[in-house]
Design a protein around this ligand. Structure first.
Ligand SMILES: [Cu+2]
Length: 146
C-alpha cells in the first residue's frame, strides 16, 4: 500500500517536471507574439530617428554580414559624423552577440555601415545602437526574428 502511493507520487513528479521543462523551453525559444519588428523608429530620448537594413536578405544564420544604419533628426535631416557603438544579444537566452560589430564607414546622407554582425542561432535577437552626435547621445534597440 505504502509503496504503491510512493509510485504514484513519483509519476506525478515526473509529469510535473516534464510540463515545467516544456514551459521553460517554450519561453526560451519562442519570441513574444507582439514583438516590435519595426526597422525604423525614434531613439529612446527622441533625439534621432534610426533605420536599419541588412546588406543581404534573407538573414543567414551563422554568417558574417553587414547592415546600414541610417540616422536622421526627427525632422528628417541626415546626421553626419556620429559615433556609433553596437551591442545586442538574445534576451531569452541571456547572451550577447557572438561578434563585436563595428561602424566601419560613413556612406553619406546619414548612413553608416556596420560590419561584423553574426547571429549564430535562431530566435529573438536584439541589435542595439548607441548614437553620439552634436544633437546628443541616444540609443535605440531593434528586434529581429531569425
Ligand atoms: Cu541564443
Amino acid at each position: 500500500m505504502k509503496l504503491r502511493r510512493i509510485h504514484w507520487i513519483l509519476i506525478a513528479i515526473a509529469i510535473a517536471a516534464v510540463a515545467i521543462g516544456a514551459a521553460v523551453f517554450h519561453l526560451m525559444m519562442t519570441p513574444p507574439d507582439d514583438l516590435d519588428l519595426a526597422r525604423s523608429k525614434p531613439t529612446e530620448q527622441r533625439a534621432y530617428v534610426a533605420s536599419i537594413a541588412p546588406e543581404t536578405e534573407p538573414l543567414q544564420q551563422g554568417e558574417l554580414h553587414a547592415w546600414v544604419l541610417t540616422v536622421t533628426t526627427p525632422d528628417n535631416k541626415p546626421v553626419e559624423g556620429a559615433t556609433i557603438a553596437v551591442d545586442g544579444g538574445m534576451p531569452q537566452h541571456g547572451h550577447g552577440l557572438p561578434t563585436s560589430p563595428q561602424m566601419t564607414s560613413y556612406l553619406g546622407e546619414g548612413r553608416y555601415r556596420i560590419e561584423g554582425v553574426k547571429f549564430n542561432m535562431g530566435g529573438w535577437w536584439e541589435l542595439k545602437f548607441a548614437i553620439s552626435a552634436p544633437p546628443g547621445d541616444d540609443r535605440v534597440t531593434f528586434n529581429l526574428k531569425l
